[in-house]
Design a protein around this ligand. Structure first.
Ligand SMILES: CC(C)(COP(=O)(O)OP(=O)(O)OC[C@H]1O[C@@H](n2cnc3c(N)ncnc32)[C@H](O)[C@@H]1OP(=O)(O)O)[C@@H](O)C(=O)NCCC(=O)NCCS
Length: 144
């Protein structure tokens, strides 16, 4: 099982570099300092190989910027990050929301998320307005 840790503010530059290295154009880091908590998984040398950010808005816990370095994918790092956030930061009655690319739907559904109404979540808070774009969809997982 992968050890998930809460990152320190001084580790944000390293998280930024990981996000920039994902995909052809990199993942956005525009709101990186707005997030409430950064979760990371490190390799044996202490290098960050996976990250996931959480941002609270009322009873919604938004997940952002989930990324795992290419050479470490398919080993449960992404799942461990999402599950840790759910176990430690989702309170009773909360809903965790992700606005993710269409092609990641299966990944989140395996973790218990279901598709939700994007129009509703787009209007529910500023985060929805900021994060929803044309290649994304909304998935939610509620706290039982
Ligand atoms: C999506 C991502 C975080 C998954 O990380 P990961 O560490 O490879 O995920 P896991 O190893 O925990 O995978 C869990 C399961 O989901 C599957 N899976 C992983 N990524 C998937 C995808 N994009 N589509 C469908 N299934 C996927 C895995 O095969 C695995 O299945 P299994 O349980 O049957 O073995 C990683 O592929 C990534 O960084 N992608 C680029 C950035 C991105 O798209 N981030 C999310 C949107 S913000």
């Amino acid at each position: 099982m992968h050890k998930v840790q809460v990152a320190r503010v001084r580790e944000i530059p390293e998280i930024t570099r990981l996000l920039w290295s994902i995909g052809k154009t990199g993942m956005s880091t525009e709101h990186i300092l707005d997030f409430d908590v950064w979760l990371v998984v490190k390799d044996r040398e202490g290098k960050i190989i996976g990250c996931d950010a959480l941002e609270r808005s009322g009873k919604l816990l938004h997940g952002h910027s989930l990324a795992v370095a290419k050479e470490y994918r398919g080993q449960g790092v992404g799942s461990a990050l999402v599950q840790y956030g759910f176990d430690h930061y989702v309170n009773r009655g909360d809903t965790r929301v992700v606005f993710t690319y269409f092609w990641n739907r299966d990944f989140y559904e395996r973790l218990g998320f279901t598709r939700a109404d994007s129009k509703f979540y787009k209007n529910v808070d500023d985060i929805g307005r900021r994060e929803l774009h044309k290649s994304s969809m909304t998935l939610i997982r509620k706290k039982e």
